[in-house]
Write a protein that binds this ligand. Structure first.
Ligand SMILES: [Zn+2]
Length: 264
């Protein structure tokens, strides 16, 4: 009987603590408010900036900032169109290009984006930058970090979640943030699951199309990424995708839908 009550409570929490991912409509676990996550994210981003060197390549920096702004506006427009603009409350978009040979880019909760100079030759053009930017902005819009944190809260023991009002324990919240967002051990390495990566690819394609970038560049960009890996250890950005061919196939399958949003 007692067990049944606990199960029902658990089911209740999960049922009432779900959010819907824009564009894909996937239901996701949501046990914590953005108002609790975003300040942690902004602090962490400031910290990374303090420890990094901004690129002095003016042309590349301008490309990152311009495509960031265009894709952010596209995402905001889309959220408005589907009546979900309220989900973007507290977002504070920032786009920076950091000096590092690492082939990577990431976005922290609330829209804090960083590109490393190492990815720029593979992006090659602003359209290429937009492929990565669309993907990163999609992670933020789809609240993938929040979902990971919510899953982390379950893993860390529902007891503490039930015992304290969710998120009201700042130490626990901070700890789970660091675990879930995965920063600290290595400079800005965000770890997402394959579900999150595929979802970000799909949403990113739509955002770049709305922003006026040709989404057909996406499979071409990922091909260049694969060629760059050269059969050796893949760059970090590919590490959660053991099968790059599947990624390109999935992108090609999602293209017709994205092309509907693309106006030349
Ligand atoms: Zn990703």
């Amino acid at each position: 009987m007692f067990k049944k009550v606990i199960l029902l409570t658990l089911a209740g929490i999960i049922t009432y603590s779900c959010a819907t991912v824009p564009v894909t409509g996937r239901r996701q676990l949501n046990l914590i408010n953005n108002s609790e996550i975003l300040p942690l994210s902004y602090d962490q981003y400031e910290q990374v900036l303090k420890e990094s060197k901004l690129s002095d390549n003016k042309e590349w920096t301008a490309m990152v900032k311009r495509s960031g702004k265009r894709i952010k506006m596209a995402a905001e427009q889309h959220m408005k169109d589907i009546g979900a603009e309220g989900q973007l409350e507290g977002y504070d978009w920032t786009f920076n290009l950091l000096e590092s040979e690492t082939v990577n880019a990431w976005c922290m909760p609330g829209g804090k984006v960083a590109f490393y100079t190492g990815i720029m030759p593979i992006c090659a053009t602003e359209e290429g930058v937009a492929v990565v930017m669309g993907h990163e902005v999609a992670h933020a819009i789809a609240n993938h970090s929040r979902e990971r944190m919510s899953q982390g809260m379950i893993t860390n023991g529902l007891g503490s979640v039930l015992g304290t009002a969710i998120g009201s324990d700042p130490t626990l919240t901070q700890e789970i943030f660091m675990q879930s967002v995965g920063i600290g051990s290595q400079l800005g390495m965000l770890k997402f699951s394959r579900t999150h990566e595929s979802e970000a690819d799909k949403i990113g394609l739509i955002f770049m199309a709305i922003a006026g970038y040709n989404p057909q560049e996406a499979p071409r960009f990922w091909q260049r990424m694969n060629d760059n890996a050269n059969g050796e250890r893949p760059p970090e950005f590919l590490s959660t995708h053991p099968n790059p061919e599947t990624r390109i196939d999935d992108l090609n399958a999602a293209l017709p839908e994205a092309m509907k949003y693309y106006k030349k």
